[in-house]
Write a protein of this length. Structure first.
Lengths: 591, 308, 305
């Protein structure tokens, strides 16, 4: 159960939208003029205030040092790791806290391949593979100086699975039975079943928490404890300050067991208005914007101080069809949906969509056509997949053969007095999906289907989907490495399979793909799983989306990991030759 | 007043469709039995009357509930945010009153002239511009096109900590300019419109004619008239509060000003019912306080009332 | 900005312009319409706007829906073919603004009509009955006025997401009548003391008949002025709510939500924010100017009375 509907920013920035390739050159020139006037004024201001007092500017040494300002649209809700879910929270948490071991850049989830030590310096498997003993790095210290111990691991598992905490990550820990403490530096994780992904389950799902700080509190008080706004972790950054509504700051932990972070500090500044956020970036007040809207990309490229870094998150978008009649209880034997119950209609709708052109239009170079219910980064082999190609004539013929005919010449097909008409739910938070919906509406009108768009607030969308009270919806799923979430989202018993897609073949092959230890065999299995989902067309598999980040030229980034841009944040650095004022603040003046 | 606002907020909460618990977290990931447990924790499973009594009792004791969007007490959120809003609104109100009164009085002394009409028209235009759009335009012009002023926030996110006191003041002032301007320009337009009418009426009063007949200089005559004309301005300042509050919500949002307005909008986006209700209560309390204060001030300023 | 409550009546009740017409230089008098006629200019503007909204399907050069060749028409900066540019799915912004005017204006007119109905009835009842009824009704009104309207609207839109257009009209209408009620009540109270009402009462005219024949006609100037100013306020308010994503929901165009769609790209696609904003300013300005001018006009008429 690791997929969650992409209702929050982590998947789809509200108003993330179409491309821009054209910039108004006249405006750019005028702006340049304005900037020179502006800088003159700024200089005048600086002169006016010069000599106001001494400035504390210890020079940064070598490659270390510097300040990066990140602009984000929403303030984190909490920094208490079990209760965090948005990227704006995880970016800070992943920098301040550590996992036992960290997944590799390829996001391989079978066995322990690619995993590197973090709090655990080494680990050993029991012979029956039902437990793994993690040895904590004896040098590891919490940011308050207390050493990290095996008890912290046991406590963290307890918190993550506590009812009172209700962590969303709990579902990921379902296969972990318990954690025991063998000695002060050895924690043993016990599993219920042997699975290919059990190492990942034990490490990826859980940040280790300081039990000496938290265990004095009852579990029910943890969520609202002050810790959530002033966390103590063991990561290469330590938490420094959080000013409600304006900014959050982390600084390098200079005594860290894995060496200090290269940057001195990273500051998140909260700007709810998207227009203001981009202006802040262009004006040089901020160095980093996580999800650049496609229409702002040309502007980023035209700004000499900025560059784009490609970032491919594990997200795919689709139009989900409700295969059963509306409002059918998930358990009751369902009547088929009058329109979508017929696979020919679904295939016809899929074939009527020129996905290439649509994706190019909405997302420009930032989009790709999705293959099936998985992002390509996680599909072992895409070469064998045969998509439903764009073919309006074939789509029309298919509808004709299914007896959907326009008998009264109103442009909409009917069958037995029922019109080929349906509602399409669109999350109002996502401009991208809104644009797709607008274009789909036009495409389906071509083949005689009438679509009404219903804009839905994200919080209202979820309950409607759960009540199966919909015809079709603009969906998007964020996946985790390993794709176990596919069971939850598309298998017939999956709790988030709102479409009611039920294919015994799909279920069986998916189960084999997820439980096979044989990597070579898995490739073929995944091809069969995805092809089944393409042919049954429970959804139009629509798009995948690059969400490039805009970053100031002076910042050097080793790599961006697909499951979160922030994974390597502690290794980012500033080009010493290009330091600006805020890079010279030094570590001493954390406020 | 506050009591009524609290009751209203409670009614809204009760009438709102959907489950307040489903708003607390993405409900799809939470099993039903856990949701039931949360309901019990929050007291949502009790009869409405019980909940209401508890709600009013809590508010009377200053316990405004728990903010789900910030995972802390609502009162802590207000303590953080309200001072920032009051700073912005206070400065804007003061300046609007000052500029508006001066401008309106100046117009009244040359009522009907071309300049008077031109100024009236300009203030009518400014008064007609929606404040969020005006704020966006200010941001676009002064932070992007001619980047002389910082776009958002109250202080420089990175440098403020290492500044000297003088630099800090300068930094704060620079961050204040745009949001303050956005609020003040429109406030000035409103005050000027009313001051102009009040001053003109006052200039026509008997005592002004007497003063003029006594041969007082034009300046002194105007001064006396102005003092009388200021009285309705004080009342207006009190009544102006809700409008100012409206403006502040939009302006805070555009300029990322960490006040109550931006907290309210975030709360709305994340269905944080407790914080939304508390914001309505605080806003109503501010309005009530504003008109009370205006009444008091007017009583102090008006010799006729003072004597009586 | 919404007009502060309760101040309006003061400037209406006060004596009108006492500047003699000859104080205006002759040159200016020639250029500007005479003071008595001044309301005609903004009225013409308002009528023009309403006409444009009514005729949007005829006037708009393009459909408000995406064109077939959407991928070649995205984010075009203003040109002769698209004077206001195009948006992210190739829609002509001028056409969107024209169609948006229908929603923005009709929403404002409809909700103000509702406010007038509510406010007039409430105020008339309070003013006519007087005594305890009046006291209680006025106390209720004070309470309603103490809650800032925007906060109330925001709270309601927060709790009931994705309101349909009709609900938005009702919401704006039911939160906008408090000022009107207060003004009407004041006016009715004054009227009650006037000779002709006392005379009518003496001849046995009562209740609805009294209201219809003798009170309402005298309220009309006040109501017209207030309605005009309320329409201005409501247009601006709707734009603001829609900008925050809480008002009119896409794909229906309204001036506010066109701006909302464009605000993130303000630095590169300024036309998406600037043109709908200017349309809003012009509409609000025209209504304000009309309201002001009508107020002056009616006030002048009342002087001899």
């Amino acid at each position: 159960m690791n997929d969650h509907p992409s209702r929050d920013r982590s998947v789809d920035t509200p108003n993330t939208a179409g491309p821009v390739v054209r910039i108004n050159t006249a405006a750019t020139r005028l702006r340049a003029l304005g900037q020179s006037v502006g800088s003159a004024l700024v200089v005048a201001g600086a002169i006016a205030t010069a000599g106001c007092g001494p400035k504390d500017t210890p020079a940064a040494v070598g490659d270390t040092g510097g300040t990066m300002v990140v602009v984000i649209p929403a303030e984190p809700r909490t920094l208490f790791p079990p209760r965090a879910n948005g990227t704006q929270e995880l970016a800070v948490i992943a920098s301040v806290f550590d996992r036992l071991a960290e997944i590799g850049p390829e996001l391989t989830t079978v066995g322990e391949a690619g995993f590197t030590p973090r709090l655990a310096e080494r680990w050993s498997w029991a012979t029956d593979s039902l437990s793994i003993a993690f040895t904590i790095n004896p040098a590891a210290r919490w940011h308050d100086g207390v050493p990290v111990r095996a008890e912290d691991v046991r406590y963290s598992f307890h918190v993550y699975t506590s009812d009172a905490v209700a962590s969303e990550a709990r579902a990921l820990l379902g296969n972990v039975d318990s954690v025991s403490v063998r000695d002060s530096l050895t924690a043993v994780v016990w599993f219920k079943r042997r699975t290919p992904q059990q190492f990942m389950e034990a490490t990826y799902s859980m940040f280790i928490l300081p039990s000496h700080v938290l265990s004095t509190l009852p579990d029910s008080a943890l969520t609202n404890a002050p810790f959530g706004r002033a966390p103590i972790g063991s990561g290469r950054f330590r938490f420094s300050a959080w000013e409600a509504g304006s900014r959050l700051e982390i600084v390098a932990d200079t005594t860290n067991y894995r060496k200090r972070a290269v940057l001195d500090r990273v500051i998140w500044t909260f700007v709810p208005d998207l227009g203001a956020a981009t202006v802040k970036l262009f004006a040089g007040e901020a160095d980093f914007l996580e999800q650049v809207r496609p229409e702002a990309i040309a502007q980023v490229l035209a700004t000499p101080t900025l560059r784009l870094e490609s970032n491919l998150p594990l997200v795919y978008g689709f139009v989900g069809f409700n295969l059963n009649a509306r409002r059918t209880a998930a358990t009751a034997p369902a009547a088929p949906h009058p329109v979508f119950g017929d696979v020919r209609v679904r295939r016809a709708l899929a074939m009527a969509v020129d996905r290439e052109r649509m994706v190019r239009s909405v997302l420009d170079s930032m989009g790709m056509v999705a293959f099936g219910p998985a992002p390509r980064a996680l599909i072992p082999d895409t070469s064998g997949l045969r998509p439903l190609g764009y073919n309006v004539a074939a789509a029309k013929a298919l509808l004709d053969s299914a007896q959907w005919l326009d008998t009264n010449n109103d442009g909409i097909r009917e069958r037995n007095g029922t019109a080929l008409a349906f509602d399409l739910l669109v999350p109002s938070s996502s401009a991208t999906r809104g644009k797709f919906a607008t274009l789909l509406q036009a495409a389906w009108k071509e083949i005689g289907a009438k679509v009404s768009l219903l804009s839905q607030d994200p919080s209202a969308l979820g309950p409607r989907l759960e009540a199966r009270d919909f015809d079709a919806w603009m969906g998007g799923w964020q996946t985790n490495p390993g794709l176990q979430g596919t069971r939850q989202t598309w298998a017939s018993k999956g709790t988030s399979n709102y479409q009611g897609y039920a294919s015994p073949t799909f279920d069986a092959v998916l189960d084999s793909a997820l439980t096979s230890f044989d990597v070579a065999r898995t490739r073929g299995l995944w091809t069969r799983v995805l092809q089944q989902a393409i042919d049954d067309a429970p959804s139009v598999w629509l798009y995948e989306q690059r969400l490039p980040v805009a970053v100031h030229k002076r910042i050097r980034i080793p790599s961006l990991r697909a499951d979160g841009w922030y994974a390597s944040l502690a290794d980012w650095s500033i080009d010493p030759a290009q330091r600006i004022d805020r890079d010279k603040i030094g570590l001493g003046v954390a406020r | 007043m506050v009591f009524v606002a609290a009751t209203l907020a409670f009614l809204l909460l009760q009438l709102a469709p959907g489950d307040p618990v489903s708003a607390i977290a993405d409900a799809s990931n939470v099993p039903p039995e856990l949701r039931a447990q949360w309901r019990a924790q929050q007291g949502f499973d009790q009869p409405v009357a019980t909940q209401y009594v508890r709600w009013i009792g809590n508010i009377a004791r200053g316990q405004l509930g728990h903010s789900t969007s910030q995972q802390r007490a609502v009162s802590a959120v207000i303590a953080d945010r309200l001072p920032n809003t009051l700073l912005l609104m206070g400065l804007a109100l003061g300046a609007s009153l000052l500029f508006g009164a001066a401008l309106g009085a100046w117009q009244a002394t040359r009522a009907g002239s071309l300049t008077d009409r031109a100024v009236s028209f300009v203030s009518l235009v400014l008064y007609s511009v929606p404040e969020f759009w005006f704020a966006l335009m200010l941001l676009f012009v002064f932070s992007y096109w001619i980047p002389v002023l910082p776009a958002t926030g109250m202080t420089d996110a990175a440098m403020y900590g290492s500044m000297s006191t003088g630099e800090r003041l300068w930094d704060r002032a620079r961050h204040l300019v745009l949001p303050w301007t956005a609020l003040t320009v429109m406030g000035t337009a409103i005050f000027a419109r009313y001051q102009r009418v009040a001053m003109r009426d006052s200039l026509a009063e008997q005592f002004v004619r007497t003063a003029r007949a006594k041969g007082l200089t034009t300046f002194l005559v105007n001064w006396h008239a102005w003092r009388t004309a200021m009285l309705p301005m004080i009342t207006l300042a009190g009544l102006f509060f809700p409008a100012l509050l409206t403006g502040a919500v939009f302006v805070e949002r555009v300029f990322g000003w960490p006040g109550m307005g931006s907290a309210l909008l975030t709360a709305i986006n994340s269905r944080d019912y407790a914080l939304v209700s508390a914001s309505v209560i605080v806003g109503s309390a501010m309005t009530a306080l504003g008109s009370l204060l205006a009444d008091l001030l007017r009583a102090l300023a008006d010799p006729r009332v003072r004597r009586a | 900005m919404t007009q502060p409550a309760g101040v309006r009546e003061r400037s209406i009740a006060r004596r009108p312009d006492n500047v003699a017409p000859e104080a205006i230089p002759g040159m200016v008098r020639g250029v500007l319409p005479s003071r008595r006629q001044r309301w005609k200019v903004p009225l013409a503007f308002v009528v023009l706007l309403a006409g444009v909204a009514a005729l949007a399907p005829v006037l708009a050069p393009f459909s408000p829906d995406p064109p077939a060749n959407y991928d070649t028409l995205q984010y075009l900066s203003p040109s002769r073919a698209h004077p206001f540019g195009t948006d992210g799915v190739g829609r002509d912004v001028l056409s969107r603004v024209l169609f948006g005017s229908r929603i923005s204006l009709s929403l404002a007119f409809a909700s103000v009509a509702l406010s007038l109905l509510l406010g007039t009835s409430y105020g008339a009842v309070a003013g006519l009955f007087g005594g305890a009824t009046d006291r209680w009704l006025m106390r209720g009104l004070d309470v309603a006025l103490s809650i800032p309207r925007l906060l109330l609207l925001l709270a309601v839109t927060a709790f009931w997401e994705d309101l349909p257009l009709s609900a938005l009209i009702i919401l704006l209408g039911t939160t906008g009548w408090f000022d009107i009620a207060r003004l009407v009540r004041g006016e009715v109270q004054q009227l009650r003391r006037r000779d002709f009402i006392v005379a009518a009462q003496a001849t046995g005219v009562r209740g609805m008949r009294m209201l219809r024949l003798h009170i309402l006609p005298h309220l009309i100037p006040l109501l017209i002025v207030n309605a005009t100013l309320s329409v201005a306020g409501t247009i601006a308010l709707e734009a603001g709510l829609s900008y925050l994503g809480l008002g009119v929901q896409p794909p229906f165009p309204s001036w506010g939500n066109i701006m909302a769609e464009g605000s993130g790209g303000m630095a590169s696609q300024w036309w998406l924010t600037v043109f709908p904003g200017m349309a809003t300013v012009i509409a609000v300005l025209a209504c304000h100017a009309l309201g002001d001018a009508l107020r002056d006009r009616f006030a002048r008429d009342q002087v001899p009375a």
